[in-house]
Design a protein. Structure first.
Length: 321
């Protein structure tokens, strides 16, 4: 078996942290190069190769690719929906120019496979909201959604025109306990667990009845590794695949949390992220991913809530929960 070397760009975010751990388990710590704009101090990041790299710095990208000769790249660096609305120009630059730089470096250095995540943000107000199909009207109206939609088109283009083996999935909102979420509209679904365990209450920035598609992080990592390791001919969609776990509203999530923390209280104070959430689907249909490369989620809503609380509770033990 030929040796694989993996580069993760944007490794220290919510997805990257968990993906780095899984890829180290798969390929060995020495063969997984983490990179981000800064290096966190925690021991985890000292254990394997790490490069401080800005994806807008093409000279640095070339230097890192020359040094490690990665066979696979996972390019995760992006501004998420809420942050990109605050800084639209940077959102476009980081999400689009960054992607082009990685595409071109991957071609130049003969990288065998590239993973790049898209998002449910590619859909917009005229997209069917329920069981949103793979192919439908897509009119994203956020900077983040516009860059993800454009990125998808270019993934397909680079695969067809230059033979670059790019693979992509449209992540729903992602919930995990190992790393913080940051800058997204679905972040409430992570924050709520910390606040419930710490303070027994949470003020939600979305309205009680805002339904959004979500996925538990172990399933998101599984989907990422499954599509990246599928046979090339099985990855028939080269823009990005719909994948789905479950959908819930802040109110229904709070009810589930109350089963574990009976005194938990939720209040609502919608902020500008409500408008973003309202433009996105409420649930996703993912038949193509299931058919083409065998995608299947392991966690439903109840299993996710139980697992989040089991893993986070020890951190807040002093609260007596
Ligand atoms: N979770 C992302 C966000 O809220 C959507 O992909 O921005």
């Amino acid at each position: 078996m030929s040796k694989e070397t993996v580069l993760i760009i944007g490794s220290c975010g919510q997805v990257g942290t968990e993906l780095t751990e899984s890829l180290r388990n798969l390929y060995g710590t020495a063969n997984v190069v983490a990179s981000d704009i800064r290096k966190p101090e925690s021991a985890f990041w000292q254990e394997g190769p790490f490069e401080i790299m800005d994806v807008l710095d093409t000279a640095k990208i070339a230097e890192v690719l020359k040094k490690y000769q990665p066979t696979q790249i996972y390019h995760l660096a992006a501004l998420l929906s809420a942050t990109a609305e605050k800084n639209p120009k940077l959102g476009w630059r980081l999400n689009m120019d960054g992607l082009f730089y990685v595409f071109d470096a991957a071609l130049e250095f003969g990288v065998k496979r590239l993973f790049w995540p898209s998002s449910i943000a590619v859909f917009g107000p005229n997209t069917p909201k329920l069981n949103t199909p793979q192919h439908c009207i897509m009119d994203p109206n956020t900077v983040y959604g516009i860059t993800k939609q454009t990125g998808e088109r270019y993934c397909e283009y680079y695969q067809k025109r230059y033979g670059l083996d790019v693979r992509s999935i449209r992540y729903p909102g992602l919930i995990g306990y190992k790393a913080d979420a940051g800058g997204g509209t679905t972040d409430y679904a992570v924050e709520i667990f910390h606040e419930a365990l710490k303070h027994g209450k949470y003020e939600c920035f979305l309205k009680d009845n805002t339904s959004l598609p979500m996925l538990y992080m172990p399933d998101a990592i599984k989907a990422t590794l499954d599509i990246t390791h599928a046979a090339a001919e099985d990855v028939k969609i080269r823009s990005s695949y719909n994948i789905s776990g479950f959908s819930f509203t802040p109110e229904s999530l709070a009810e589930k949390i109350k089963k574990h923390i009976p005194n938990f209280e939720i209040t609502y104070r919608p902020d500008p992220r409500q408008v973003i959430a309202d433009s996105w689907p409420q649930s996703i249909e993912d038949i193509e991913a299931r058919k083409d490369w065998g995608w299947k989620n392991d966690y439903d809503l109840d299993a996710m809530v139980a697992d989040m609380i089991k893993n986070l509770a020890p951190r807040y033990k002093s609260q007596g929960i």
